[in-house]
Design a protein around this ligand. Structure first.
Ligand SMILES: Nc1nc2c(ncn2[C@@H]2O[C@H](COP(=O)(O)OP(=O)(O)O)[C@@H](O)[C@H]2O)c(=O)[nH]1
Ligand SMILES: [Mg+2]
Length: 417
């Protein structure tokens, strides 16, 4: 019988080499920590029990398996760029609004009045008194805060100025958006060429703003670039917000520039990282102000956080009413005169009867939907009544403050176009 090495087609010297390599690897598996110290181990003997070094963000990203739910959501919202397969002749196209597969006629995009600028504060003294429930958009410079605010206002809204150059918005800008409350566009942080003095002034302004708005600021939206996720200063700011006890949510912007598979992984990682902040909303909102994908979802979150769920309910009710009218018209059109019924014969009559029954059923379903939407709307209106009171009280208090000692402060509108 041939030795093992010959049966495997190995000559004697190569067999020797293989066996010696095998024994070396077996040996090194048991004693490697002593013989060949790993590169990350320090020279001290206790280093063998030391934990592995933290992975870089890129390494973590590449080792993550995306959540299927997240991938499905991105697909539904048409978020993330999709490259055509090299052998595919036709590239998948998306509508400009980004809503392709999940367009629900009962939940059409919500229309809001355009945001109206009413105050700007470049220093703490100019911060206006609270006059309603607010949400603020904060993030690094050039991340797309002003672009998102415009996109949330609706198509062709240019209330906030946007720029390719970072650091354009240098003050807190306040916009009133009808029932949706007040939206605040904050100046960006983390601008690479910002001077330390500017950074300190920014911190002071934001801290004063946060402490003045302990009751009326309902949520801070921390915007992060979808291509990078949370950077060090974003995390620092999130910890700061956590300290203030303010609820915040991450919005990932510019998602049209990131491949979908990477975006899904990034979101999955982000959801894990968010667990360390007690005041963070557990899910982030991916969006692209450029294509409009995901904007309506963010708008709904903003409306809910300012207690304006009645706007969402009213939109659903209006859509249900529209569908009901359409169904009623279709059911009416399907009515057949007795003379036509005679001409059709028994087969034709049966088919006609079936389609009429189907139309009747769908009309009834639309009616049920409309009634339910009406109930939800009434409930939301009643809920809003209480919140409205709260908001009115705040307004009254603001007026009283201004008429008294606070008059000198006033509202300085330093916004220059
Ligand atoms: N591709 C893409 N570009 C965007 C998007 N949102 C903003 N931008 C661009 O990013 C730049 C900075 O936007 P801006 O809103 O001024 O950022 P801000 O400094 O955070 O207010 C502008 O050139 C925008 O056109 C987006 O969703 N997709
Ligand atoms: Mg801006």
């Amino acid at each position: 019988m041939l030795p093992v090495g010959h049966r495997l087609g190995l000559g004697r010297p190569s067999l020797h080499r293989t066996l010696s390599r095998l024994s070396l690897s077996c040996h090194s598996a048991t004693v490697s920590s002593k013989v060949i110290p790993p590169r990350y181990a320090s020279s001290s003997p206790s280093s063998t029990t030391q934990a592995l070094p933290a992975l870089s963000n890129r390494q973590r990203l590449l080792r993550t398996e995306p959540d299927r739910k997240v991938t499905q959501l991105l697909e539904d919202l048409a978020l993330g760029s999709v490259k055509a397969h090299p052998f595919r002749t036709r590239q998948k196209t998306f509508s400009k609004k980004g809503l392709v597969s999940t367009y629900n006629p009962l939940d059409p995009p919500i229309k809001l009045p355009p945001p109206i600028f009413f105050a700007g504060a470049y220093k703490s003294q100019s911060i206006p008194e609270p006059s309603g429930l607010e949400v603020a958009f904060v993030g690094r410079s050039n991340v797309g805060k002003s672009s998102l605010l415009n996109a949330l206002g609706g198509p062709r809204v240019h209330a906030a100025r946007t720029s390719e150059k970072p650091g354009l918005t240098a003050q807190l800008n306040f916009y009133r958006v009808g029932e949706a409350g007040i939206w605040v566009d904050a100046p960006g942080y983390g601008f690479a060429f910002a001077k330390t003095g500017a950074m300190d002034a920014w911190k002071q302004l934001i801290d004063d703003y946060l402490s003045k708005r302990s009751k009326t600021l309902k949520r801070v939206y921390v915007l992060a670039d979808g291509r990078h996720g949370l950077k060090v200063n974003d995390k620092e700011f999130c910890r700061h917000l956590n300290g203030f006890g303010i609820k915040f949510q991450i919005i990932l912007t510019k998602c049209d520039l990131v491949p979908r598979y990477l975006l899904a992984r990034r979101i999955h990682l982000l959801h894990q990282d968010l667990k360390e902040y007690s005041n963070a909303m557990p899910e982030c909102l991916p969006v692209s102000a450029y294509t409009g994908a995901g904007v309506d979802r963010v708008r709904r979150h903003v409306l809910q956080s300012t207690g304006a769920s009645n706007v969402i309910a009213a939109s659903r009710h209006a859509a249900a009413e529209h569908i009901l009218q359409q169904k009623a018209r279709e059911a009416d059109d399907a009515r057949v005169s007795p003379s036509t019924a005679l001409v059709l014969g028994s087969g034709g009559r049966k088919r006609l009867e079936k389609s009429r029954q189907w139309l009747k059923d769908s009309k009834e379903e639309a009616e049920r939907e409309w009634r339910q939407a009406g109930r939800i709307k009434d409930k939301a209106e009643r809920g809003k009544g209480d919140k409205g009171m709260e908001s009115r009280d705040i307004m009254k208090r603001g007026r009283a403050d201004r008429s008294g000692a606070g008059r000198a402060k006033g509202v300085q509108s330093s916004y220059k176009r």
